[in-house]
Design a protein around this ligand. Structure first.
Ligand code: FAD
Ligand code: NAG
Ligand code: NAG
Length: 509
């Protein structure tokens, strides 16, 4: 019996929009299944998207994704990275793969205060413990319909205040512990990629799933993973520098080039070029979709998809890398928290962004090992304060950071050698850092976002526009492994669609 090429999928025209890890993953899977007509259209001149390795003074720094979160057997990024031999021995050890982490990884921390003094670990430890316990509690409301408040921020603040007032004497120590709560809230803003934890939904907070394993990095840079994946794809599969303007679906485009066939989708680029396709896999970031949804799809998104897309959260988290002549921290120190002693009101955002944006910076992590990085710090800053920081000239950021270090160490001689920062909000093809489940949203909104077009029950050509990317994964949103899994998921959707129709045709013949 002759195989029907179109219906076995190999000739179906699949256009993947976006060459981040979800798009690359989708392409890899389709090509392995024999799809011959797969292309990736990418707005920029590079692949990797939010996986972006840069350099500072010849040293590798990660502008985007940093860690493999939960490096263990269940994590496809971990498996790929070990397959390509990109990881250190330490990361691969069975022991480290089975570490279960609740909250912050066990880092050697120190606490610097705005009065220039180091705060004692014994003084800070009770506050850290309370905060971590509360964070864990906020995850336990998922699926219980017992969430007492609507946002994680409200819950953390209310409970932290209650506990500090009940359990700690009213004195200077209580004040400074409350100030540390503000710092930890700001850190959580970065973890969630939000302006304030008041915007993060409490009832769904536990939907995010952590995998076991001690978070690890790529010694040669995260982009090494992208390079290896790209090497397995046919050359010239990616069309670079072609930002997509509009996806015209549910329409028929017949061209001579299609050998008389018609395609239900046409992708129009900003440069005027048009590409026809049977299927689109859309992997562009939620931030870009939010900003451009009214022109990106024609016809536009159905109402429920549109609403879910608008409701879901997408915020900013940036890094500011500093190279210093000499370290001012202890050798074993891995993270330094910044505690503003006057912030005992448990606030995670500032009232005047222009004058006080720097207060949103929660901590510095120390890049390790020192032999590889020298004396390098990474400052973390989230939210609108971070978005404002992006607009400032580099000298001004450098000046503000220098002042901050002087204030928090009490040492006015510290000098920054070099500074590099990320600017994800103003990246025109990302428009922020990653997604979160905003207040009032649920897993259903993510499912709505991920639902293919046309909707089920339509008589039009099926699976014209498929949705992948980090923001479309219900339990691993905001991560690299989440993104990769969504690319595979949508490739599988096409693969099983064609397997099914191939079986039907064979049966009918
Ligand atoms: C600062 C930062 C730190 C992070 N840290 C971690 C971490 O430690 N661990 C972790 O697991 N995750 C981390 N993440 C998240 C992780 O990087 C992302 O979840 C993941 O890389 C997203 O992959 P993606 O394929 O969904 O999207 P992207 O990588 O964003 O790919 C989308 C692609 O679409 C392209 N595009 C956009 N618009 C258009 C258009 N109109 N036409 C054509 N192409 C377009 C973009 O240029 C981009 O290449 C971090 C992210 C940031 C920003
Ligand atoms: C686990 O990871 C830590 C931190 O990277 C490392 O110091 C340790 O040696 C690792 N353990 C093993 C058994 O490799
Ligand atoms: C939560 O509920 C959904 C559906 O109601 C179910 O699919 C999921 O497995 C549940 N998750 C947990 C952690 O109980």
């Amino acid at each position: 019996m002759r195989k029907m090429d179109l219906h076995s999928g190999v000739d179906a025209r699949v256009l993947i929009i976006g060459c981040g890890i979800s798009g690359i993953g989708a392409a890899q899977k389709l090509i392995k299944q024999g799809f011959r007509n797969v292309r990736i259209i990418e707005a920029t001149s590079r692949s990797g998207g939010r996986i972006k390795t840069g350099s500072l003074d010849g040293k590798i720094i990660e502008i985007g994704a940093n860690w493999i979160h939960g490096p263990s057997q269940e994590n496809p990024v971990f498996n790929l990275a070990s397959h390509y031999h990109l990881l250190d021995e330490e990361c691969l050890s069975e022991e480290n793969q089975s570490v279960e982490i609740d909250g912050l990884p066990p880092l050697f921390s120190s606490w610097l205060s705005s009065s220039g003094k180091k705060l004692e670990a014994d003084l800070m430890a009770p506050a850290v413990e309370v905060f971590m316990t509360l964070l864990k509690k906020s995850q336990e409301f998922y699926n219980t319909s017992r969430a007492p408040m609507s946002s994680v921020g409200e819950f953390l603040k209310t409970e932290a205040l209650r506990i500090s007032n009940e359990e700690w004497k009213e004195d200077q120590a209580r004040k400074v512990r409350k100030a540390l709560f503000s710092t930890l809230l700001k850190l959580e803003c970065g973890v969630s990629g939000t302006h304030t934890m008041d915007d993060v939904d409490l009832a769904t907070f536990g939907m995010y799933k952590s995998l076991p394993g001690l978070d690890c990095t790529f010694p040669g840079g995260y982009e090494g993973l992208i390079k290896h994946m790209m090497n397995e794809l046919p050359k010239d599969i990616v069309l670079f520098n072609k930002p997509v303007k509009c996806i015209h679906w549910n329409s028929f485009h017949s061209r001579a080039s299609s050998k008389g066939r018609t395609c239900p989708v046409a992708v129009e680029c900003f440069n005027g070029e048009t590409f026809e396709a049977d299927h689109i896999i859309l992997t562009i970031p939620l931030g870009y979709m939010k900003k451009h949804h009214d022109t990106l799809l024609n016809p536009p998104l159905p109402q429920h998809k549109l609403h879910s897309m608008q409701k879901l959260g997408f915020g900013t988290n940036n890094k500011i890398f500093l190279e210093l002549e000499k370290p001012f921290w202890d050798e074993d120190c891995e993270v330094m928290f910044l505690v503003w002693e006057d912030e005992y009101d448990l606030q995670d955002c500032v009232s005047d962004v222009k004058t006080a944006w720097i207060r949103k910076m929660s901590c510095f992590t120390v890049l390790k090992p020192t032999e590889r990085y020298g004396h390098m710090l990474c400052g973390w800053i989230a939210g609108q304060e971070s978005e404002y920081m992006e607009t400032l000239p580099e000298e001004e950021v450098l000046h503000t950071m220098t002042k901050l270090l002087h204030q928090f160490t009490g040492n006015p001689t510290i000098a920054i050698k070099k500074l590099v920062r990320s600017r994800w909000f103003h990246d025109p093809y990302t428009c922020g850092s990653y997604s979160y489940v905003a207040r009032g949203c649920s897993g259903q909104d993510i499912e709505n976002l991920a639902e293919p077009l046309p909707l089920r029950g339509s008589k039009a050509e099926p699976l014209q526009v498929l949705f992948a990317g980090e923001a479309t994964h219900k339990s691993f949103f905001s991560t690299v492994h989440g993104a990769l899994l969504t690319g595979w998921r949508e490739a599988d959707r096409l693969i099983s669609h064609y397997n099914l129709s191939a079986r039907k045709i064979t049966a009918n013949l």
